[in-house]
Design a binder for this molecule. Structure first.
Ligand code: IPM
Ligand code: MG
Length: 356
């Protein structure tokens, strides 16, 4: 098992260190090699995705990533900014399927801004397409019109095969998640009333659903989906959507669970090679203070064992250790409540290791 470790920027290095600690405690036969990405890549070699980092990622079975970005790079030309490094590695590794689970741990029901009865038992899987859509469509850019005014352009586009392959991922996951006696559900989110790209999206999802008679497919416009996620989130099981809608809805869904600091993610290619990262960003304001929540990154390592290495038992071992640490009262600042044991980032890592 060859693993590329890309800590990135901001809190990236400290949270990744905790996930590495947990993986090492499992004594798996795994080699780990570290490389810079994002602002760290830019500092190291003038490129947010240095060639050597990309090569390492290509040569590895999986990538564990912290986070990229820092305000201090906002003035750089767009292609040098940390976010470009992330988008390029997703594209270069063909990681088209982004899985973002929103799972509420019972111990954290009080940390959500929503009423406990609205969120308790919440377990949603957002399947976001990650290598297409308006994020990558051409033409794009800022140019000048003949009248001297500037114009910005991005292009929303999807071809059929891109929609079909992410649809398959969603339907397959719904089948795997199905509980005895319950129907598997996929809700496809689009804006088919306005955007042709997503009209096609809806057509392809309907065609695909013929292959999955056990799965109940529904459709929702993205504006309504944003509202329903807050109103009655438990109506959802698997949600599948394009890159930009998935970006927005997954941030929204994360807050249902109390803190964005809890949510892992997996980005997979056709062969389940993957990059694993927390759904949250680099939080440069709290970097280096040992107060960040490492659980999303630790849970991302669990997803890595499950999806890339097919090691369900060690994935569960990590997830259960996280639950145990929470049940023992350990909390980082973002999820702290009265009477808990408030700890720093590395102490939370230690608590999970101890609970393994
Ligand atoms: C995410 C992030 C990225 C995205 C940024 C950092 C480019 O928001 O992973 O959700 O928009 O995909
Ligand atoms: Mg985002």
């Amino acid at each position: 098992m060859k693993l590329a470790i890309l800590p990135g920027d901001g809190i990236g290095p400290e949270i990744v260190a905790q996930a590495v600690k947990v993986l090492k405690a499992l004594n798996l036969n795994m080699t780990m090699t570290e490389a810079p990405i994002g602002g760290a890549g830019y500092e190291a070699s003038g490129d947010p995705l240095p060639d050597a980092t990309l090569q390492l990622a290509l040569d590895s079975d999986a990538v564990l990533l912290g986070a990229v970005g820092d305000w201090k790079y906002d003035k750089l030309e767009r292609h040098l900014r940390p976010e470009r490094g992330l988008l390029r590695i997703r594209k270069a590794l063909n990681l088209f399927a982004n899985l973002r689970p929103a799972l509420l741990y019972p111990e954290l029901a009080g940390a959500s801004t929503l009423k406990p009865e609205v969120v308790s038992g919440l377990d949603i899987m957002i399947v976001r397409e990650l290598t297409g859509d308006i994020y990558f469509g051409q033409p794009r850019g800022i140019s000048s019109l003949p009248n001297g005014e500037r114009e910005g352009i991005n292009t929303m586009r999807y071809c059929e095969s891109e929609i079909r392959r992410i649809g398959r991922v969603a339907f397959d996951i719904a089948m795997k998640r199905r509980q005895p006696g319950q129907k598997a559900k996929v809700c496809s989110v689009d804006k088919a009333n306005v955007l042709e790209t997503t009209e096609l999206w809806r057509q392809v999802m309907i065609e695909l659903s013929a292959d999955y008679p056990e799965v109940e497919l529904s459709h929702m416009y993205v504006d309504n989906a944003a509202m329903q996620l807050i109103r009655a989130p438990k109506q959802f099981d698997v949600m599948v959507t394009g890159n930009i809608f998935g970006d927005i809805l997954s941030d929204e869904a994360s807050m249902l669970t109390g803190s964005i600091g809890m949510l892992p993610s997996a980005s997979l290619d056709e062969n389940n090679k993957g990059m694993y990262e927390p759904s949250h960003g680099s939080a440069p304001d709290i970097a280096g203070k040992n107060i960040a929540n490492p659980l999303a990154t630790i849970l991302s390592a669990a997803m890595m064992l499950r999806y890339t290495f097919n090691d369900e038992s060690n994935a569960l071992r990590i997830e259960n250790a996280v639950k145990k640490a929470l049940a023992q009262g350990y909390r980082t600042a973002d999820i702290a409540t009265d009477g808990c044991k408030q700890v720093g980032c590395s102490e939370m890592g230690d608590a999970v290791v101890a609970a393994l």
